[in-house]
Design a protein around this ligand. Structure first.
Ligand code: ACO
Length: 330
């Protein structure tokens, strides 16, 4: 029997503070109806001042470990997908490792923007082929509010903060990851980026004055890329897994824009009950988007053993990717 990577537990953590469309109306020239019509977003959660990535990541991880009934000491590896770490170094994964007391685990951050969680899942699947690795904690977390310019209506309406975590182990049964696919198109690097704060443009008074430490985005171009790449990645994942649209029991898309999700639903003829959507209340949580949507869906509608779950994401880089997972712990 071929070894698979199975999900042992999931967990998520959202900040308490709600930033509604009506709150944003008081901050920039926008309105609730425009935001709902163009994006599907009504509100998002953001951290209070001082709130950081590791706070959310550790809480999501603790909940996933509890769900998996795994002690932190049993973890061999922690991969934290993020574009908004606590600080440039050390990695936030190391900070989380210490807070969990997971002293047997190696730890690193993975930078693939909103695609980070499925990238991390793909990397974890490869590590689990090794006899030396048995349990991996994958976290997708972003505190996007820390890099958002709340005077820019093009971006500030879209994003929220949060963390989702998954504990992965080995399976010789029917359940587990059936296929993965990741890719990148670096020629699109300029479509979503933060200009300053790296080696190309270290922080100076001038970079701060010019507001270069905030996310910048060409929304229209990303929208076009997303619609195309979600279709392409889905087709590849299904073909690798030997499945068709009809075999999908749950679609967990990256929660960027309801219109992108609806276009994928129309193509696959998926009814709403087969799609996990939380962007109305969470916005785009970047690397946290898919794991939070999955864990919340499982909380409200427990996923049945044997259900085929399709996850597809896209993000800065440009990056894209996805996975098909057969749910269950057998
Ligand atoms: N409120 C009111 N009007 C607005 C707002 C706002 N918040 N934002 C933009 N507008 C205006 C624009 O200025 C423009 O006005 P103009 O015609 O006078 O110039 C008009 O609305 C239309 O703007 P568009 O950009 O064409 O609007 P569109 O329907 O494309 O929606 C959006 C914009 C929501 C950003 C969409 O393009 C989108 O969701 N793109 C994908 C973005 C995305 O997914 N990013 C995340 C990538 S993943 C990651 O790694 C983070």
């Amino acid at each position: 029997m071929q070894m698979k990577t199975k999900v042992l537990g999931v967990g998520y953590c959202l900040p308490d503070k709600i930033l509604s469309n009506h709150d944003l109306e008081k901050m920039v020239d926008t309105d609730n109806e425009w935001i709902i019509e163009r994006t599907g977003i009504r509100e998002r959660r953001i951290v209070e001042p001082g709130g950081k990535n590791s706070d959310l990541s550790v809480e999501a991880a603790r909940r996933a470990l509890q769900d998996a009934k795994i002690d932190p000491l049993q973890l061999d590896l922690i991969i934290l997908a993020t574009a908004s770490p606590d600080m440039p170094f050390p990695s936030t994964a190391c900070i989380v490792q210490a807070l969990l007391g997971a002293k047997n685990a190696a730890a690193f951050d993975l930078a693939a923007g909103c695609t980070g969680f499925v990238y991390a899942l793909t990397v974890a699947e490869k590590f689990l082929l090794s006899p030396e690795v048995n349990n991996i904690l994958v976290i997708g977390c972003d505190v996007v509010s820390s890099v958002i310019d709340y005077t820019d209506r093009n971006t500030c309406i879209l994003f929220g903060d949060g963390a989702g975590a998954m504990v992965l182990g080995k399976s010789e049964g029917e359940c587990g990851i059936l296929s993965t696919s990741i890719g990148a198109d670096g020629t699109g690097a300029g479509l979503l980026y933060m200009p300053a704060g790296g080696s190309a443009l270290p922080a100076t008074h001038e970079t701060v004055e010019k507001r270069l430490h905030y996310l910048r985005m060409n929304g229209n171009e990303i929208f076009k890329f997303a619609t195309k790449i979600v279709a392409q990645t889905t087709a590849e994942l299904l073909s690798k897994a030997g499945l068709t649209y009809d075999d999908i029991d749950l679609f967990v898309p990256h929660q960027a824009n309801l219109r992108i999700i609806q276009s994928a639903m129309r193509r696959m003829k998926l009814p709403p009950e087969k799609v996990a959507i939380n962007l109305d209340l969470c916005g785009n949580i970047s690397a946290g988007s898919i794991p939070v949507a999955l864990a919340q869906h499982n909380e409200k509608h427990p996923i049945k053993n044997g259900a085929n779950i399709l996850m597809v994401a896209f993000g800065t880089g440009l990056t894209y990717g996805g996975a098909i997972l057969r749910w269950g712990r057998d």
